[in-house]
Design a protein around this ligand. Structure first.
Ligand code: 8YV
Length: 333
């Protein structure tokens, strides 16, 4: 039986989440995530009332042009640089994201990358799997850099940055951070973190974690000049967005030993990854999975579904999606 409202879901989601949606709307669910051309995306958004999208779906003025039926777009992620919020708002389309539910899991992963890169976990495992241990090992092989007792730098101190900072006390680390605006003193105290300017952050951090949102202002916030300011023994971790780091410059710095190692979950132009980075043994690389624990991805999917249903007028929060990015968009009647 037709439920009248139609929703496009750009990638497979958990069956129980789809079941919640299917109680209210007709669903069109893609069988896999893929980078669609603007024309393909525009066609997918035709004749639907709502859509659940992800980072690879660029929802801008062109994608929604002429789609007067579309009323809501729910993003699967806290970062929403794939949404042109101004264009959606101008069209009266509600936009939502998935904050909070992924904060702790993503912060855990920053530490996974930091420790793995500092202690050479991935390259040591590759070496072991290749059967090379039997050939002997020296006492001074596989030397990494320490994490405990060092100074941790954090660029971007929102919810995830703060969660990364809180974990540092277990490693007896001093934490410094840089953010556009300084955190209230009580929050700084809670995170045991001290604000410094960006130059001091780059120069003083023994290891640096990037957790800032991506936009024109943060494009290549870490390029050749910034990498040059960092300690040669430093590890750089990027769990934010690819474009924040100039990947080509980073590959050169890692190759030339101007940086000890990097742990990268995000890449410029992903899913393509700069081949120079893929060649390097001192780069730990993963396919944008910082939020990917079973509990957290399920919670993200459920929140996106709750947001969309509320935006389309269903459920207890009808008309008030829990994480509404553009409340100034009244929504299309
Ligand atoms: C991705 C993320 O959304 O929340 C974000 O901003 O980058 C991630 O959680 C997720 O990996 C799906 O692409």
């Amino acid at each position: 039986m037709s439920k009248q409202q139609r929703v496009w879901v750009s990638r497979p989601l958990f069956p129980e989440v789809l079941a919640t949606l299917a109680q209210h709307v007709d669903l069109c669910v893609e069988t896999k995530e893929s980078k669609r051309t603007p024309e393909q995306l525009h066609a997918k958004l035709a004749d639907v009332d709502g859509a659940i999208v992800g980072l690879s779906d660029r929802i801008d003025a062109a994608a929604i042009a002429g789609h007067h039926r579309l009323r809501a777009v729910a993003n699967l992620g806290v970062g929403y640089n794939n949404l042109d919020l101004a264009a959606l708002t101008a069209a009266g389309i509600i936009a939502t994201n998935t904050p909070d539910v992924l904060t702790q899991t993503t912060a855990d992963y920053a530490w996974a990358l930091l420790l793995a890169a500092a202690r050479r976990v991935s390259s040591a495992e590759r070496w072991l799997r290749a059967g090379r241990w039997r050939g002997g090992m020296r006492f001074d092989d596989w030397l990494g850099v320490d994490v405990h007792g060092k100074t941790l730098g954090i660029l971007g101190m929102g919810r995830i940055g703060q969660a990364v900072a809180r974990r540092a006390s277990g490693f007896d680390m001093r934490v410094i951070y840089h953010n556009r605006s300084r955190l209230p003193e009580a929050v700084e105290r809670d995170c045991r973190a001290t604000w410094v300017d960006k130059t001091a952050l780059l120069q003083q951090a023994d290891h640096l974690v990037l957790v800032l949102p991506y936009g024109a202002q943060s494009h290549h916030a870490i390029g050749a000049a910034e990498l040059d300011m960092m300690k040669r023994t430093a590890v750089l971790v990027n769990i934010a967005r690819g474009g924040i780091v100039d990947d080509a410059a980073l590959a050169v710095a890692l190759r030339d030993g101007r940086l000890a190692a990097a742990g990268l979950d995000v890449f410029e132009g992903e899913p393509a990854v700069n081949p120079a980075l893929r060649e390097l043994d001192n780069a730990v690389l993963s396919p944008h999975i910082a939020s990917a624990s079973a509990d957290t991805r399920r919670a993200m999917a459920q929140l996106a579904a709750d947001n969309l249903l509320a935006a389309l007028g269903f459920g207890p929060q009808a008309g008030h999606p829990p994480s509404w990015l553009n409340p100034e968009a009244r929504g299309r009647a």
